[in-house]
Design a protein around this ligand. Structure first.
Ligand SMILES: Nc1ncnc2c1ncn2[C@@H]1O[C@H](COP(=O)(O)OP(=O)(O)OP(=O)(O)O)[C@@H](O)[C@H]1O
Length: 213
């Protein structure tokens, strides 16, 4: 289980961006997270993946703290894949950076062998997004934080990406925190949902965000 306990974070001397968040994610579980811009969702996602340590609180996976170096069992996937890759590397190098994705996994995500000799700017945003997702699925990865990963995709590409993730997460029992402003998408994907406001979480019922104030 991924367990975050009383996480608090602030950037330099600013206000608390994550203000005492506790959260659990079980193997294979899908949990949704929505909230207004600036609510602290991305910061929370990066804390869960160990990108930087919280000011206080802890993140553990199966009872152990995240490793300080090497592969994190929690991977954060960003909205803009071009910011997550070295623009000068060929796709085959990016894809094989942390592991060697097997042909079956590549097929599930529709990765075309013709892309492998190209560089990131020679793929569409949706194609590059699939590369960054597969790249993050190294053995040993137990949880994903998917931060608006389908926001810039057309509806068909969105469905294909989520179907592929559903398949692989079920097969490998990977738990996933889905961060999105699209609450209808969260309702379709996740049984459990939270809303973040001013750094704090509250449970979100399926139609919470669609009720006008
Ligand atoms: N590296 C940083 N340094 C200083 N402040 C930051 C940094 N990253 C984020 N912030 C601030 O922290 C707050 C929360 O940002 P965060 O990106 O976590 O929100 P969010 O809920 O993910 O927003 P969005 O939905 O727009 O992506 C914002 O006020 C933001 O300006």
């Amino acid at each position: 289980m991924l367990e975050a306990e009383r996480l608090q974070h602030r950037y330099s001397s600013g206000p608390s961006v994550v203000a005492g968040v506790s959260l659990t994610l079980k193997p294979g579980e899908w949990v949704g997270l929505s909230g207004e811009s600036g609510a602290g969702k991305t910061t929370l996602g990066k804390l869960l993946a160990g990108h930087f340590p919280p000011r206080s609180g802890s993140v553990t996976v199966a009872g152990k703290p995240l490793p300080r170096r090497g592969l994190s069992p929690v991977q954060w996937l960003p909205q803009a894949p071009e910011l997550a890759v070295n623009p000068r590397w060929k796709i085959k190098h990016l894809l094989n950076e942390a592991w060697h994705p097997d042909p079956a996994t590549r097929r599930i995500f529709g990765i075309d062998d013709a892309w492998l000799e190209r560089r990131p700017h020679q793929l569409s945003g949706g194609e590059l997004q699939r590369i960054t997702v597969v790249r993050a699925l190294a053995p040993g990865v137990r949880y994903l934080v998917a931060d608006e990963i389908s926001a810039m995709l057309d509806p068909l590409s969105q469905v294909e990406l989520w179907q592929a993730l559903r398949y692989i997460c079920t097969q490998r029992q990977i738990g996933i925190l889905v961060i999105s402003h699209d609450t209808a998408l969260l309702d379709r994907l996740c049984l459990t949902g939270y809303r973040m406001a001013a750094g704090r979480l509250s449970p979100r019922l399926p139609t919470d965000d669609s009720i006008p104030a």
